[in-house]
Design a binder for this molecule. Structure first.
Ligand code: PHE
Length: 339
C-alpha cells in the first residue's frame, strides 16, 4: 500500500501540471478524489490493514489527499489567470480608431416650420383644429361663398373625387366646419395638407397651409393687422414690419394680402425680395357676412377675420430654400442641414 501511495504521489504532480483546461482538471479530481477515485479507494482499503499499520498509512494517505487537493487548486488558479491574460490580449480596444458617425434623425424643415407657425398662434390663444383632406364641395367651396363659376372650382385647378367630393384646395374648409359646430368666440388655427393642380418650382400639387379664424363680437380689420403683425415678428424676427395690400377672396370682405419687410436685406432690396424690400406671405381678410350666415352665425351680432398661410412658402423664405420640390425629395444631404 505504501508503494501505491508513493506511485500516485509521484505521477499525480505531472498529470495536474499538464492539465490544459478546467475540464481536464476536473477529470483528474474525479480520478483521484471522487467517490470511486484512487485515493478514496486507498482510504477504504485501510480497514483491511493491521491495527499497527493503520495510523501511519492513514497519515500518508491523508497527506497525499491534501497534496492532490492543493496541486489542483493551484493549477486552477494558474489556468484562470492564463484565461484572463488571453482574454485581455484578444479583446484589446484600439482607442485610436476614429469613431463611426451614428445616424441621428431630425425633424423635416416643413415640420419645423409648421411647429413654429402653430406655436406663434397658440401663444396668442389660438386653438388647433384639423379636418378631412378628402372634403365635401359643400365645405371647401359652397359654404365659403365660392360661386359655381369661380376659377378655383375648375377641374383644371381642383382634384375632384366625384361631383360633390374634392381633395380640399384650402384648409379654409375647416373654418366652415368649425363655425357650423361651435358658438363664438372662436379662435382657431387649422394646419394641414391641401391639393391643387399645380406643379413647378414654387407650386406643388400637395402642399400645406395653416388657416386662422377668429369670430367674436366687434372683431375688425385692425385686430387682423395686430395679430398678423405679432405673428410676423415672432416668425421672421423682432424688427419685421408688415403692410397690407388690397386683394380679393370670395370668403373675406375686405380682403388683403400681407407683405413682410424683407428679413434678408432689412428692406433695402435684394434677390429674395426681388429688389422691392417686401415679401408676400399670406392672404387674409374680414370674414364675409355671407359666410357667417351660411355657417349659422348671425353677422349682425358677430364678425371675424381669417388668414391663410402657405407652410412651404414660409419654410422656403425662412430657410432660404430656392425650389419647393427639394422639400419632397427626401434627400438626406439636404434634410441633415436642418437637424
Ligand atoms: N384660403 C386662401 C388660399 O388658399 C387663403 C385665405 C385664407 C385668404 C383665409 C383669406 C382668408 O389662398
Amino acid at each position: 500500500m505504501l508503494e501505491k501511495i508513493k506511485a500516485i504521489s509521484e505521477s499525480v504532480k505531472n498529470k495536474i501540471a499538464d492539465a490544459k483546461g478546467s475540464a481536464e482538471l476536473n477529470d483528474l479530481k474525479v480520478k483521484y478524489l471522487g467517490r470511486n477515485g484512487e485515493i478514496t479507494a486507498l482510504l477504504k482499503g485501510l480497514k483491511n490493514c493491521s491495527p499497527e499499520e493503520k495510523p501511519s498509512l492513514g497519515k500518508h494517505i491523508n497527506a497525499l489527499r491534501e497534496q492532490v487537493e492543493r496541486l489542483i487548486s493551484e493549477r486552477e488558479q494558474i489556468l484562470a489567470s492564463n484565461e484572463l491574460d488571453r482574454k485581455l490580449q484578444e479583446e484589446k480596444i484600439d482607442v485610436t480608431l476614429s469613431v463611426r458617425d451614428s445616424a441621428v434623425g431630425g425633424l423635416h424643415p416643413l415640420t419645423l416650420a409648421r411647429n413654429e407657425l402653430v406655436d406663434a398662434f397658440v401663444g396668442m390663444g389660438f386653438e388647433v383644429k384639423e379636418g378631412p383632406e378628402i372634403e365635401l364641395d359643400f365645405y371647401n367651396f359652397q359654404q365659403l361663398n365660392i360661386p359655381k363659376d369661380h376659377p378655383s372650382r375648375d377641374a383644371q385647378d381642383t382634384f375632384y373625387v366625384d361631383d360633390n367630393i374634392v381633395l380640399r384646395t384650402q384648409t379654409s374648409a375647416v373654418q366652415a366646419r368649425t363655425m357650423e359646430k361651435e358658438k363664438p368666440p372662436i379662435r382657431i388655427v387649422c394646419p394641414g395638407k391641401v391639393y391643387r393642380l399645380d406643379d413647378d418650382a414654387t407650386h406643388s400639387p400637395m402642399f400645406q397651409q395653416i388657416e386662422g379664424l377668429v369670430v367674436d363680437k366687434g372683431v375688425n380689420l385692425c385686430d387682423l393687422k395686430g395679430t398678423l403683425d405679432e405673428f410676423a415678428k415672432k416668425f421672421f424676427g423682432e424688427d419685421t414690419r408688415t403692410r397690407f395690400r388690397p386683394s380679393y377672396f370670395p370668403f373675406t370682405e375686405p380682403s388683403v394680402e400681407l407683405d413682410v419687410s424683407c428679413f434678408m436685406c432689412k428692406g433695402k432690396g435684394c434677390r429674395l425680395c426681388k429688389g422691392t424690400g417686401w415679401i408676400e406671405v399670406l392672404g387674409a381678410g374680414v370674414v364675409n357676412p355671407i359666410v357667417l350666415k351660411n355657417c349659422g352665425i348671425d353677422p349682425a351680432e358677430y364678425s371675424g377675420f381669417a388668414f391663410g398661410i402657405g407652410i412651404e412658402r414660409c419654410a422656403m423664405l425662412k430657410y432660404g430654400i430656392p425650389d419647393m420640390r427639394i422639400l419632397f425629395e427626401n434627400d438626406v444631404r439636404f434634410l441633415r442641414q436642418y437637424r
